[in-house]
Design a protein around this ligand. Sequence first.
Ligand code: SAH
Length: 421
Amino acid sequence: MNVYDGWRIAAMLTHHGLTQTDNIPDADIIILNTCAVRAKATDKVFSALGRIRRAKKPSALFGIVGCVAREAGSDAFRRIPDLNFVLGPQSYHKLPEILKDPDTKLLNIDLGGLEKFDELPQMTHSPSVAYIPIQEGCNHVCTYCIVPYTRGRELSRPYADVIRDTIHAAKTGAIEICFLGQNVNGYKYTDENGKLFRLSDLIRETAKIPEIMRIRFTSSYPTEMTDDLIDMFKSEQKLLPFLNMPIQSGAQNVLKRMNRPYSLELYCDIIHKLKIARPDIQISSDFIVGFPGETDEDFEQTMKIAEQIKYINSYSFKYSPRPHTAAALMPDQIPENIKSERLAKLDSYLNSVQRAFNESCIDKTLECLLEGPDKTGKHLVYRTPYMQQCIVPTPTDGTAPKLAQIKITAANKASLRGTLE
Ligand code: SAH
């Protein structure tokens, strides 16, 4: 979501006649787009702003956008007085105001809902993968999560707007569409005639666009995985056989305190149904270890569910207490050393499964989407249907299909190697 926001900001400023640079001393405006989900990222923001302040030319404008901006508010100006702007994740479309009047201090951390999507220009150039946001915010209120505070209540974008953006992306080069939302499979939009649209409707309509060959969505909440959506994996072959559906913990009592009140039976049942709909589907998850009150036994339950489901790719984190969340105030916060031990154990297992899955792809031919050349220019980077990175030698004649059949020849934990067929 943040990467998408960054592109959108870049597209907006390009529209205002600016060009992009990664070199701070060259820049006339420097924008730090921030994430507040865990403390580590937030903690780095103010030291990064200090570094930017020293490296930039004196006349250059600088500031923060995104979730840390919303959390810090006017306090950011107190900490760094020469900061020019502080804009929350739903007000970065107001950024050009600072270009008009560089002497003001621009502060806007309001939850403007979907307003930013109306104000921002459509991106003129799409890469092969177009990220299409279909909702903002989240209504689930997981007790560890700061997102409902920083991005507000859940709002689904009008169906017609999403389809318009998807067609635009297809006409400007997109082959793959990734629908984005904090609770993406909970997408629900009722139009003026009272007709309800869900994510399955968006997928069905998008699959009809000839240029679009691959569809995916992230990230999903388990209980929103309704049968109409599961059926899409059977009926729409353009929907990739890969799903990120975070479980967070394998202990029922921990899930309850996380305010994720699904039963583990239900979660496993959904996976079972998905596998019936699409036998080659693979699942990825997010995990939090060391949630307040998590016992050794609870953690073992998490290991057990990981062993049972065999996620091919996962994101695992130590629980990080966040402001404005209920879990930060819970008793029995887990000491850092125990969190680190549990994370190391879980990661080691998850990595071994990921490596085994990557190795199981050797000798198979997978249809992959071109991402671009690697740093050396000698290789091309493709993505498999399971989002694995696959590296192939750049063809000597310089031609490379955007969508290619690739025979996998080698694998490690992080990536695959292959040859164009
Ligand atoms: N809507 C997404 C959340 C995005 S944040 C979802 O729930 O699927 C991405 C991941 O960060 C979450 O899935 C969770 O595993 C992790 N996360 C969120 N808050 C956290 C916290 N306070 N400490 C550690 N990890 C956290």
